[in-house]
Design a protein around this ligand. Structure first.
Ligand SMILES: [Zn+2]
Length: 188
């Protein structure tokens, strides 16, 4: 890998800097390296450095790590794991490429950051072919990536649920609405 200025690279430029063979092994013990590679892609990079909105933080803390992991597994299985035959004859998840919102839940942030958001990203980054259901092992690996991201971003997350008092709506506004409005979507 060459030394990089990773900021602002397009997917194609950033891709040259990625050790694909290593990333595509899908070794959870090598997640640190995989995460470093993911940050070469501008869109992912932004998700690693973006603050998780307060609603999403509160939601995560109220669930706790154990329940959040269950929710992540469910989310990945149902929205990216299961494929259905589409009118064009191809099999893919419903609304593939648009099924993962950009905010409101820490799992969504994690899915974008770790390229577990849609089957195109999963194929590109994790070398899992489209057109079929994800296997349990694949879902487990992607869930592990998602949870590692969440644990890094939310160091206060505990195994069990925490009581988080309701916040005043006012103070949340700026953090939960930025970066959302009608951004065009390009397969991420
Ligand atoms: Zn995607």
């Amino acid at each position: 890998m060459k030394p990089v200025n990773q900021f602002g690279n397009c997917r194609e430029c950033g891709a040259e800097l990625v050790d694909w063979e290593r990333v595509h092994k899908r070794d959870i013990n090598d997640a640190k390296h995989t995460f470093k590679a993911l940050k070469h892609e501008k869109f992912r990079h932004d998700y690693w450095h973006r603050e998780i909105d307060q609603d999403a933080v509160d939601h995560a803390l109220r669930k706790g790590q154990i329940e959040l992991r269950k929710a992540a597994t469910h989310r990945i299985r149902k929205y990216v794991g299961e494929v259905h035959e589409m009118p064009d004859g191809k099999k893919r998840p419903y609304r593939d490429g648009q099924q993962t919102p950009y905010s409101g839940n820490s799992i969504f942030y994690a899915q974008h950051a770790t390229a577990c958001c849609c089957r195109k990203c999963i194929e590109y980054w994790h070398n899992i072919s489209q057109g079929r259901d994800l296997t349990n092992d694949e879902i487990a690996y992607l869930t592990d990536l998602v949870m590692l991201y969440i644990e890094e971003k939310l160091p206060n997350l505990t195994d069990q649920a925490q009581k988080v008092p309701r916040k005043r709506r006012q103070s949340q506004k700026s953090s939960s609405t930025e970066d959302e409005g009608g951004k065009s979507f390009n397969g991420n």
